[in-house]
Write a protein that binds this ligand. Structure first.
Ligand SMILES: [Zn+2]
Length: 519
């Protein structure tokens, strides 16, 4: 089925300009494959004229078979005073051997005169010559009209002349760009509509999020007649980022009801968003619209109650449609229904009349008052609920530990010993590590693996420390949150103590106990 709105991803080019983003060639290939499998229509792989890494990417990419996407190489119009055949940068674009080429050119007379230092006519020739040359080589050509909206506002006649030059030369798409991201949706809509009326070439929109309107501006342009949106996964990009495709896609499909991707792709949106963050080594932002872990979280007791009765009452769409899920938070505000839902999520069969319910609630409230936080520590919460329900022996107890650290010249050495008790037997182990917590983790694990070999698969994936109530002056407490994984599932555990080592040990011990409970 032909899309009503095309998706053009520039995560690998514009997105890689973002602060803290540094993709290797392998990273770029993995992301391109994921975007293709997801169903994105165009993948802009990079600018071969700007760096050798991008040349290498295209060399690898041409050996791959993409099912859904067409790969695009990005570049600029020929330089002034040089024929297009002799332009080095244009030659490198052709050497990328992609089916699609995207060319950026100047719309704004101010830029033509002050930045390019070219005459208005020379700029029109640069646009026309480059596109015509690439069309003659059999390429599908996107023309990215830089500063479309600023240029049009300043000199509408000249902006139009540049777009006409692109159309006359045979551009397949003319993409209006809000390059500095400072325009409002009504301005974007107005100018897109005017362009739509004057041009026959299908229009695209490329926006940035400098004033928080990247997505809104893209949607305004679609409403006004653009049929392609350019953006990046999770809104990566220079400054505050590009238009975020993980918001654009569900808005176009579910709110504007325009076909861009099959529903089965849409259900993988959250996974795609997490995948790209993982490759970029960035923690997934819980507050991302649509795909963040908090996007469908409910905290207030009344809300939770209502969501259980009628999810439509507090949710704008079914979270499953974009691969997200409803998440009930346990917190200070928690009413009985929060605990009930959470306990059921964790596999406990309890109802509103279960007598232990108020005991669990009271215990959570007391611990939260002491500085515990269970929203990201489901493992610790599950153990707490189980302890109140079942009066069975824990799988292990820690009888004692010792941690030491010394510094010799340039190296520091940490060592920990732990004594555990399992089923009437004791085990005492010693281990080293890069830090005291790492050494403690190793020692505890080595001791327990002898009894529970399944713990070998459990790994610590994140460790966060926060100092709480430091303002009170009566000694700050430390809260440690640990995330663990067994390769399949992830869970969080928490520890709170005046001493960071004690707090860490609580969270470590909960993590391993929860891993055993899951079996
Ligand atoms: Zn851009």
């Amino acid at each position: 089925m032909k899309p009503e709105v095309e998706l053009y991803d520039t995560t690998l080019r514009d997105g890689s300009q973002g602060e803290g983003i540094n993709f290797s060639v392998m990273d770029k290939l993995r992301i391109a494959e994921k975007l293709d499998a997801f169903g994105i229509h165009y993948i802009e792989g990079g600018w071969p004229g700007s760096n050798p890494k991008d040349i290498e990417f295209f060399a690898e990419a041409k050996r791959k078979k993409f099912k859904n996407a067409r790969v695009a190489a990005f570049g600029a119009t020929r330089r002034k005073g040089v024929s297009v055949q002799n332009d080095e940068q244009v030659r490198m674009l052709l050497e990328a051997e992609t089916p699609v080429i995207t060319i950026v050119g100047k719309t704004w007379l101010l830029h033509v005169k002050e930045v390019l230092r070219a005459t208005p006519d020379e700029n029109l020739a640069m646009i026309g010559d480059t596109i015509r040359f690439l069309k003659d080589q059999g390429k599908f050509v996107h023309y990215d009209a830089e500063h479309s909206f600023d240029g049009f506002s300043d000199e509408p006649e000249y902006a139009l002349a540049t777009w006409h030059a692109a159309e006359k030369a045979g551009a397949d798409r003319i993409v209006l760009c809000d390059t500095n991201g400072g325009r409002l949706p009504n301005e974007i809509a107005h100018i897109t509509k005017l362009a739509r009326g004057k041009l026959n070439t299908p229009l695209g929109i490329h926006t940035h999020d400098d004033i928080g309107l990247g997505v809104a501006n893209a949607l305004a342009a679609v409403e006004a007649g653009a049929m392609q949106v350019q953006g990046t996964i999770n809104g990566y990009g220079e400054r505050t980022g590009n238009c975020n495709l993980t918001s654009v896609i569900p808005n176009v499909a579910l709110k504007m009801k325009k076909f861009c991707l099959p529903a089965k792709s849409l259900r993988k949106l959250k996974e795609l968003s997490q995948f790209v963050d993982e490759i970029a080594n960035i923690r997934h932002n819980p507050r991302l619209p649509w795909v963040g872990s908090a996007a469908f979280s409910h905290k207030g007791g009344q809300h939770v109650n209502a969501v259980q009765k009628l999810s439509r009452s507090y949710e704008h769409v079914d979270p499953a449609s974009i691969g997200n899920s409803r998440h009930i938070l346990v917190s200070d505000l928690a009413g009985r229904s929060n605990i009930l839902v959470k306990a059921r999520e964790l596999g406990f069969n309890i109802t509103n009349d279960t007598p232990e319910l108020s005991k669990i609630l009271a215990r959570i409230k007391r611990l939260e008052h002491e500085g515990y936080e269970f929203e990201a520590a489901e493992g610790s919460l599950a153990l707490l609920i189980r302890k109140i329900f079942k009066h069975e022996e824990p799988p292990f107890t820690i009888q004692g530990y010792h941690v030491s650290m010394r510094h010799d010249h340039a190296t520091s050495v940490c060592e920990a010993s732990v004594k555990v008790h399992v089923d009437g037997k004791s085990e005492h182990t010693i281990a080293g590590g890069d830090g005291p917590v790492n050494a403690l983790d190793q020692a505890l694990r080595n001791a327990l693996v002898k009894f529970y070999p399944q713990l070998k698969k459990v790994q610590l994936s994140d460790y966060k420390v926060r100092i709480i109530d430091s303002a009170s002056g009566t000694g700050a407490r430390t809260r440690v949150l640990i995330e663990s994984t067994d390769g399949k599932a992830e869970w969080g555990t928490v520890g709170v103590h005046d001493n960071i080592i004690e707090a860490s040990l609580q969270a470590l011990s909960d993590s391993l106990e929860f891993a055993l409970m899951k079996k």
